[in-house]
Ligand binder design. Structure first.
Ligand SMILES: Cc1cc2nc3c(=O)[nH]c(=O)nc-3n(C[C@H](O)[C@H](O)[C@H](O)COP(=O)(O)OP(=O)(O)OC[C@H]3O[C@@H](n4cnc5c(N)ncnc54)[C@H](O)[C@@H]3O)c2cc1C
Length: 311
């Protein structure tokens, strides 16, 4: 049994799972998460579906077989891709040799809730509303701002689509001691910035001119849409040059779609409001177009190159 104190920054997918693993190995784990507990807010339909691969599940089973089995119960089996190339019949691309080899579709929100519950059950202490603002690597202290009461935007990476509900900015500052620190605070990691400021690392960060929106498709095909996912066992993709739509089945029988589109340019979130509208209607139908026009933007994509990754 180790008496070492591990501090994990971020109760996202990685932070919560890491909490389970390290707590099982006897460390005293404390997780600090900037937003309110996502279990206290509805998912609001702002969480894309992820592909949980069989390879990923095998790794998770090494931490806990039960955890991997319970995760599977939250997901829908996906045996391959359904490619909807413009003007052609759907092409089926199988993942494995037959239906016994498959990936899994899972709601990112449900997965995050599940992993937070698992981390707490394993004994990790999770502190919500606790935002890291800096790290003193010499004193082995993390600087935490508490009580800002921000709601998690349920997106990955931070950026232009980020919507938070800030009901109060009052709070206090704390210094938390650690023996080991893990910064798993996502795309805009404050820990990585602190490492760079301390001279431990360098990184290059570039926004890609693309964003994405989530859309929910009903269980049964709707009229007015050319992009209709039908087979829940497939990851459906509508590739269209610079942009594409993909859908994955939900447990409830609906499909969650994610539309990736450039922010600016000839066919983009910008031009879809005006000149590109007719083209998008003919490519995807009026229902998808309406969602592209009216749904909230979930996130912007960006690219990182970091060296070295740890100190
Ligand atoms: C559009 C898209 C599709 C994807 N599809 C897939 C897929 O199909 N399959 C797959 O395996 N992966 C997929 N990914 C990747 C996957 O989402 C990420 O690998 C995963 O979310 C990374 O987990 P994380 O815990 O490192 O970061 P996050 O999930 O982003 O969690 C970081 C956490 O840190 C918190 N945080 C941030 N700043 C601070 C701070 N200063 N102080 C305290 N806490 C903070 C955040 O609130 C958040 O809870 C996709 C990613 C994107 C963008």
């Amino acid at each position: 049994m180790s008496n070492k104190n591990v501090v994990i920054i971020g109760a996202g997918l990685v932070g919560a799972l890491l909490g389970v693993s390290l707590q099982q190995r006897g460390f005293n784990v404390s997780i600090y998460e900037r937003y309110v507990d996502i279990r206290s807010i509805p998912s609001l339909g702002r969480s894309i579906n992820l592909v949980l691969t069989s390879r990923g599940l095998r790794s998770i089973a090494k931490i806990s077989r039960q955890l991997a089995e319970d995760m599977l119960k939250l997901s829908v089996k996906v045996v391959g891709r359904g490619l909807h190339v413009d003007g052609q019949a759907m092409q089926f691309q199988r993942y494995g040799k037959d239906d016994s080899e498959f990936n899994n579709s899972i709601s990112r929100f449900d997965l995050n809730v599940f992993l937070i519950n698992a981390a707490e059950k394993a004994g990790a202490k999770i502190h919500f509303n606790s935002k890291v603002t800096g790290v003193d690597f010499d004193k082995k202290q993390v600087l935490i701002q508490t009580g800002s009461l921000e709601s998690k935007p349920q997106m990955i990476g931070g950026g232009v689509g980020e919507k938070t509900k800030q009901t109060s900015s009052s709070g206090s500052r704390q210094k938390i001691k650690y023996d080991y620190l893990f910064g798993v605070d996502g795309g805009g990691s404050a820990v990585r910035y602190a490492m760079r400021d301390a001279g431990f690392t360098e990184f290059y960060e570039e926004f890609i001119n693309s964003g994405y929106k989530e859309m929910i498709f009903p269980q049964y095909p709707a009229k007015g849409s050319n992009a209709v996912p039908q087979d829940p066992k497939l990851l459906h993709i509508w590739p269209r040059h610079e942009h594409f739509l993909m859908t994955l089945a939900d447990l409830a029988g609906t499909f969650t779609g994610t539309f990736y589109l450039p922010m600016t340019g000839p066919e983009s979130f910008e031009t879809i409001k005006t000149e590109a509208q007719a083209r998008f209607r003919s490519l995807f139908g009026s229902i998808v177009l309406s969602c592209l026009l009216h749904c909230d933007l979930l996130g912007a994509c960006f690219f990182h190159k970091i060296l070295p990754r740890h100190v």
